[in-house]
Write a protein that binds this ligand. Structure first.
Ligand code: SAH
Ligand code: SF4
Length: 353
């Protein structure tokens, strides 16, 4: 990233201005230093962008007018735009955002008792192509920059006014571990600059094996969820093509090596699809492969969307599956996705206008 020097490289065209939100804290410090300004200005800038949620340089009233004018000539603060908002009968709200290049992404706000969880996107589309997921169906467009991930949270916090997002799940569009650097930088800003606890953030992956331990090193203490979705390679190959590259055994082995702090657990997600992975035999196999791993297990009944032939199993089948797990000493929670009426549930995000 190019750091502007002042005054020689003063930019006039708005297109050439630099986006202060795209800078890391280190880059903000160099930017301020290169302008010959005292370092406390960098702290103020960070504070105004991430805590005060300034929409523009003019909002930074702590800066003298002349400084704001100077900065306006060479820099700006980007903001993702809320294009549309859909509210579900259950209170879940889906936001459609427009990025600077006109691309659309979605986030979902899920209110629950005293929690406000935001499900954020990490990529535009997804290359993994799971057969049960609408995001995967549309293919991959591009990675989100760290600031585009963080801006989903800032925009919703602004919308919430007095309240603030308390929890974040990376379960929107995209595969976070295929955009690791930007996701890690976004996690750093969310925790260190916005103040959301690491324990209240969960990143979900389809199982990009080489990046799992790397993720733990770069973002320790952030929760990791693995979308397992099948107990055998035979079934998983059919619904998650990524399994051919990283089969269950390699995935489970890396999970066994995952360093967990005392009291912490991995999470496994299991999307239940009628007639595909919901038999009692599958439940028994699942218990076997998870043996010895400290983990939570979430059963997510498949959420249908137009154009897909998969079905959600009957409630009886889901409960029988859960009971079999329980019988084998493996507790599992059935997680009903929220916001299904507005296509805001897991796997239903596509970002169309
Ligand atoms: N790419 C990541 C995170 C986004 S998907 C991942 O796959 O983990 C978030 C979760 O939604 C995953 O657990 C995925 O298995 C689940 N999911 C995808 N499509 C779904 C659908 N149609 N119904 C229910 N869950 C779905
Ligand atoms: Fe991508 Fe996750 Fe959807 Fe699979 S389930 S296609 S990894 S977003």
């Amino acid at each position: 990233m190019k750091i502007l020097e002042y005054p020689n490289s003063l930019k006039k065209s708005s297109k050439e201005k630099c986006n202060l939100k795209s800078f890391s804290v280190k880059e903000i410090n160099s930017f301020i230093e290169n302008l010959g300004l005292p370092s406390f200005r960098a702290n103020q800038l960070v504070h105004w962008i991430y805590e005060r949620m300034a929409l523009s340089i003019n909002d930074i009233t702590e800066f003298p007018k002349e400084l704001r004018n100077k900065l306006n000539e060479i820099a700006y603060i980007s903001n993702i735009k809320i294009i549309k908002k859909l509210v579900s009968v259950d209170g879940t709200t889906k936001f459609l955002f427009e990025l600077e290049d006109g691309i659309l992404i979605e986030s979902v706000l899920i209110p629950d008792d005293d929690r406000l969880t935001l499900c954020v996107s990490s990529q535009v589309g997804c290359a993994v192509g799971c057969k049960f997921c609408l995001t995967g169906k549309g293919g991959f467009k591009r990675n989100l920059e760290a600031h585009e991930i963080v801006d989903q949270v800032i925009a919703v916090n602004r919308y919430l006014k007095d309240k603030k997002i308390t929890n974040i799940v990376f379960m929107g569009m995209g595969e976070p571990l295929l955009n690791l650097d930007n996701v890690v930088e976004a996690l750093w800003r969310l925790t260190e600059l916005i103040g959301i606890s690491k324990r209240k953030i969960t990143v979900s992956t389809s199982g990009i094996v080489p990046n799992i331990l790397l993720f733990q090193k770069k973002a320790p203490e952030v929760n990791l969820a693995i979308s397992l979705n099948a107990p055998t390679d035979e079934i998983r190959n059919k619904i998650m093509p990524i399994n051919k590259k990283y089969p269950i055994e390699t995935l489970i082995n890396v999970c066994k090596k995952y360093p967990l702090k005392p009291g912490r657990k991995l999470t496994f997600e299991y999307v239940m699809i009628d007639g595909i992975n919901d038999s009692l035999k599958d439940a028994k196999e699942l218990v076997k492969i998870l043996k010895g791993i400290r983990c939570n297990l979430n059963l997510i009944p498949y959420n249908p969307y137009p154009g897909n032939t998969f079905k959600r199993p009957s409630d009886e089948k889901i409960l029988a599956f859960q009971k079999m797990l329980f019988h084998k000493n493996r507790r599992a929670i059935i997680r009903e996705s929220r916001g299904q009426d507005i296509l805001a549930a897991c796997g239903q995000l596509q970002a169309s206008n």
